[in-house]
Design a protein. Structure first.
Length: 166
């Protein structure tokens, strides 16, 4: 089971509610391969995870990858390049929210002023490696909109990008 499956039930339910208004996910390859787990039959998931799986399966997914030859999940297509103007057009025309996942892809979207809000989950774990959440030269001013602390020590913060596009 992917790492999201080990998230405590209350946090998992909160994430499902955050994703409810999402109509399209923009993913890098690695995150897509992790999230593809959620494309299975409902009876394959514990009851407390089925709501999340339904939300994820319903949304459109666009995967940006130069190595994938096709999508293995429903409602998904693969694009070779992250076309900023195509994403701006999608954003303008979409009736639903769009979520961008994957550190490299999110960094590109932030640099191109395509991001309105950031949702970050701080976990009470120290990891001595991995990819940084944001690119080194990137600077954006943020306005705190919301915080939520869970009994497990996980903290969710929601920021608006000041000066971001709509």
């Amino acid at each position: 089971m992917p790492s999201i499956g080990s998230i405590p039930i209350k946090v998992h339910a909160f994430i499902a509610e955050l994703l409810q208004p999402i109509g399209t996910y923009l993913y890098g390859r690695r995150l897509y391969e992790t999230m593809a787990y959620w494309d299975g039959p409902m009876e394959g998931y514990p009851p407390e995870h089925r709501h999340f799986a339904r939300i994820w399966q319903k949304a459109q997914k666009i995967v940006f990858s130069r190595t994938l030859t096709g999508a293995r999940t429903r409602n998904t297509h693969v694009e070779r390049d992250f076309d900023f103007e195509a994403i701006r057009k999608l954003k303008r025309e979409s009736e639903h929210d769009i979520s961008i996942g994957g550190t490299e892809l999110a960094g590109l979207a932030l640099e191109a002023d395509l991001v309105d809000e950031c949702h970050l989950f701080l976990n009470p774990v120290i990891v001595g490696g991995g990819k940084p959440a944001f690119r080194a030269a990137l600077r954006r001013d943020l306005e705190l909109l919301e915080t939520r602390r869970f009994g497990t020590g996980v903290i969710h913060v929601r920021y608006r990008i000041r000066g971001g596009t709509r």
